[in-house]
Design a protein around this ligand. Structure first.
Ligand code: NAG
Ligand code: NAG
Length: 409
């Protein structure tokens, strides 16, 4: 009577809890053995017990008992009453029940909900971009996870924070494929982003796989770091080597300064050489060529050649540098240094603001005619002149600072 009451109470708990607490959730790795214990069963035969399975392999319930034959290589009852599945497959997902009666006649039920999983390979980012253009949608890469079960999900991270697709600045195209034989999943997630203008210059992207079952560890790709480029001044992304001449048109008064800047989108910055009238100039490589105090011998056509280890050499269009005859050489000669440096400062300001060019590598000055002057400058008594020149270079900032400090009452 007392035993009956205990069983009755147990049944009540089961029916109250329903499937929520009644079933014990089991996860089993595909290909590995799984043992399910039949609670309350005698440890050795003879036993009074029965296993019932409802899985992907069964039609309705399949019954297995210690006396019966094993079910092919799928499952069999062990001498201690437990059920062994030697190698779990996707089709073994389902419900497993055992009903056992102890020697004293007490009945116990075991209920299992079996789910299987497979850990996919480490996710990878294939076809990663190497650089992004601000203000337009760019493909960052495709994250791929292969051989997982259940499907799970892929998430992208930007600088360690999960990226939420919003269909605008961040969008993701996903594809889930299932292997026809193994039933394992391959996930693809292609990320498109539109970097904000003036945003981070070196964002880091990574991707993580979140398993479809709880309490399983996420897997992460190696991060990729990209370079964000600002748009070119006319909003056309740089695809080719561009030669920008300052002043525009390349015409200056005698003694003026011409700045040639070679712009290239390639990363790492390629080596840039200069060509005048079809012949290479004997200068060290650099992205900017400065022609100070332009004279007749500086006239001609100039182009730059960017040599990138992976792309090979690329030549820009040619631009011509010419002198405008003013007939007032006396006055222009007097103010040579000033306008020239201002032009340089202006050019640097514009290019620096756009941030499109790897300018900081250096400026080459084509000073064929200035060698004699350069030597003069090494003489100590001319140091003052050099100081003056430096001060002039700083000019664009100084008047601004002065204005703001006198802006008060
Ligand atoms: C077993 O999993 C189901 C969902 O599949 C859940 O509702 C239930 O709470 C889980 N049971 C236990 C005991 O964790
Ligand atoms: C029954 O035997 C199997 C295999 O030897 C073992 O893994 C399992 O834990 C045993 N079950 C019980 C209830 O002792």
């Amino acid at each position: 009577m007392a035993a009956g009451a205990v069983v009755g109470a147990w049944m009540l708990v089961l029916s109250l809890g329903g499937t929520v607490t009644g079933d014990q959730n089991i996860t089993a790795r595909i290909g590995k053995p799984l043992v399910l214990n039949c609670k309350g069963a005698p440890k050795k035969p003879p036993q009074q017990l029965e296993w019932k399975l409802n899985t992907g392999r069964t039609e309705a319930w399949k019954v297995l008992s210690p006396q019966g034959d094993p079910w092919d290589s799928v499952a069999r009852v062990l001498p201690n009453g437990s059920l062994l599945l030697p190698a779990v497959g996707i089709q073994d997902e389902g419900t497993f029940r055992c009903r056992a009666t102890s020697r004293s006649g007490k009945e116990t039920k075991s209920n299992y909900r079996v789910r299987v999983y497979q850990i996919p390979g480490k996710p990878e980012i294939v076809d990663p971009a190497s650089e992004l253009m601000a203000g337009v949608p760019n493909k960052v890469g495709t994250c791929v996870s292969e051989g997982g079960y259940p499907a799970g999900t892929l998430n992208w991270l930007l600088d360690g924070k999960t990226l939420i697709p919003d269909g605008k600045g961040v969008s993701v195209k996903e594809e889930t494929k299932r292997h026809p034989k193994t039933g394992l999943f391959t996930l693809h997630s292609e990320l498109m982003v539109t970097p904000a203008r003036g945003g981070a210059l070196h964002p880091t992207f990574s991707c993580s796989f979140t398993p479809g079952l709880p309490r399983r560890r996420a897997l992460h790709t190696a991060p990729i770091q990209l370079r964000v480029w600002s748009e070119h001044r006319d909003a056309v992304p740089l695809k080719e080597v561009q030669l920008v001449v300052e002043p525009e048109g390349g015409a200056v008064a005698p003694g003026g300064t011409v700045t040639l800047t070679c712009e290239t989108p390639a990363q790492p910055p390629p080596q840039i050489h200069w060509i005048k009238d079809g012949r290479p100039l004997p200068l060290p490589p650099g992205p900017m060529l400065l022609l100070p105090e332009v004279g007749p011998e500086d006239q001609g056509t100039y182009s730059c050649v960017a040599t990138h280890p992976s792309h090979g050499p690329q030549e820009s269009r040619a631009v011509s540098v010419s002198i405008i005859e003013t007939g007032e050489e006396g006055t222009t000669a007097g103010s040579v240094e000033g306008p020239g440096l201002e032009t340089l400062a202006l050019t640097l300001g514009i290019l620096g603001g756009l941030g499109t060019v790897a300018l900081l590598i250096g400026v080459i000055v084509w000073h064929r005619r200035r060698q004699r002057k350069g030597q003069e400058r090494k003489v100590p008594e001319n140091q003052e002149e050099e100081e003056e020149e430096r001060a002039e270079l700083n000019q664009p900032e100084e008047p601004e600072a002065a204005e703001s400090s006198t802006g008060g009452p």
